[in-house]
Design a protein around this ligand. Structure first.
Ligand SMILES: Cc1cc2nc3c(=O)[nH]c(=O)nc-3n(C[C@H](O)[C@H](O)[C@H](O)COP(=O)(O)O)c2cc1C
Length: 403
């Protein structure tokens, strides 16, 4: 039997929710894959499941009390847990999420979390009203901002008798995310990745501008995932409402010309350039110093000129970098994107259908097609932008390894 997670150490944090029983199955699956699993439980989690169950399954003592008990006396396995490759908290209650977001450390789980320096996954589980509570969502955003990956709950029957969003993701799904996290860890270390994101903004006068509906979510997800896999990441971003990903160098800009300058300045020092930014194609020919006033005209002519073609200049100046472009298309997706790939001398292009409802701009999900230099076409299903980011980074790594 293969043990893909052999030699990997995982901390499994369990808090006091009804889904604690699913953590038992997750610990079993992780052990089956060869991982060393160190379980840490809150006092309240013991109302739902006993430490003995986890001890029997994992072969390691469970850290479940701060004071007293064999675990707190030895400290040895607590140190082993602190040095683990990854920590997953499943289920994560609203209460434990709040503690982790605010740096509290008054039970074994929150104490270990505050001492843990490695990557952390949090799988919340709670009733739908708790899930939509503003404080819970704010706490999750805080944790995300600090680099924690949230494995969103699923919709379905909840233990409280209602139907809604809040069920803990199934153990198999949790295992897949842990596996990916562990196996991809540091696979991009040593690489310098430049990512552009968001819209550009071309001013008309001091108060008006031309922009587009790009949210920047795809580029930010790429920057975050690349950084979590060990790359040194620089993110060149147009105006967005997103928090800068943890550990990423963020360079803000507005106009296409500013973005172009930043890209060309940083190109010689990067191994990979991923252009997700929705760069405007046209800009006003002149910017008025004063606010343009309505003077009773029947019509108003706005003269636009094409903006700088960043990818064209990149093609002229690149050396050995992998260059990835994005194409937002509304018809003949594959054909249009392939033409763009050839015209701009890209190594890979990500095409998405902006006419499809509920995906693309603004959305957290997207459905894209990847096309490479050898005209290999890979259609991905509807996925979160984080999942798309990881797949794209896998393909980029594949191209780098072929060189
Ligand atoms: C039967 C029962 C089920 C519960 N299920 C959940 C749950 O799924 N999610 C949650 O956030 N809280 C749940 N709670 C509430 C938590 O147990 C409570 O907030 C507790 O303080 C959590 O403590 P902990 O985070 O230290 O483990 C449940 C409580 C009871 C009595």
């Amino acid at each position: 039997m293969s043990h893909p997670l052999a030699e990997k150490k995982v901390v499994l944090g369990v808090s006091g929710g009804i889904a604690a029983y699913k953590a038992v199955e997750l610990s079993r699956l992780l052990v089956k894959e060869g991982a060393q699993v160190y379980v840490v439980m809150t006092e309240n989690a013991k109302q739902f499941i006993t430490p003995l169950t986890f001890e029997a399954l994992t072969g390691h003592p469970v850290y479940h009390e701060i004071f007293g008990g064999e675990a707190s006396a030895s400290m040895e396995h607590i140190r082993a847990a602190e040095n683990a490759d990854l920590m997953i908290v499943a289920p994560a209650t609203a209460n434990s999420i709040g503690k982790m977001a605010h740096g509290l450390a008054d039970d074994p789980l929150s104490t270990l979390f505050s001492a843990f320096a490695g990557p952390v996954l949090i799988a919340p589980a709670m009733n739908d009203k708790m899930w939509s509570n503003a404080a819970v969502q704010e706490n999750l955003r805080t944790l995300k901002k600090r680099g924690v990956e949230i494995i969103d709950p699923e919709a379905g029957d909840l233990a409280c008798g209602t139907v809604g969003l809040g069920r803990l993701a199934e153990p198999e799904r949790l295992l897949t995310v842990v596996r990916k996290g562990l196996l991809r860890q540091s696979d991009l270390s040593g690489l310098r990745i430049l990512v552009t994101a968001g819209p550009t903004r071309e001013p008309l006068d001091p108060v008006r501008f031309i922009t587009n509906r790009s949210s920047g979510k795809m580029g930010y997800a790429l920057a975050r995932q690349a950084r979590s896999r060990g790359a040194e990441v620089t993110l060149i971003s147009g105006p967005t409402h997103l928090d800068p990903p943890f550990g990423v160098t963020l360079l803000n800009c507005q106009r296409t010309g500013e973005m172009a300058q930043l890209v060309l300045d940083h190109l010689p020092r990067c191994d990979v350039l991923i252009m997700t930014a929705a760069v405007g194609d046209f800009a006003p020919e002149s910017v008025q110093k004063e606010k343009i006033k309505k003077n009773g005209e029947k019509s108003f002519m706005l003269k636009l000129h094409p903006t700088q073609d960043i990818l064209k200049e990149v093609a002229q100046q690149k050396s050995n970098q992998v260059i990835v472009g994005f194409a937002a298309e509304s018809e003949n997706i594959v054909q249009s994107a392939t033409e763009k790939l050839q015209r701009k001398q890209l190594d890979l292009i990500v095409a998405n259908d902006i006419s499809a409802p509920g995906i693309g701009f603004q959305s957290d999900n997207n459905q894209v097609v990847l096309i490479d230099r050898n005209a290999q076409v890979e259609s991905l299903p509807l996925l979160s932008k984080t999942e798309i980011a990881d797949i794209l980074l896998d393909r980029i790594l594949g191209q780098l390894n072929e060189r």
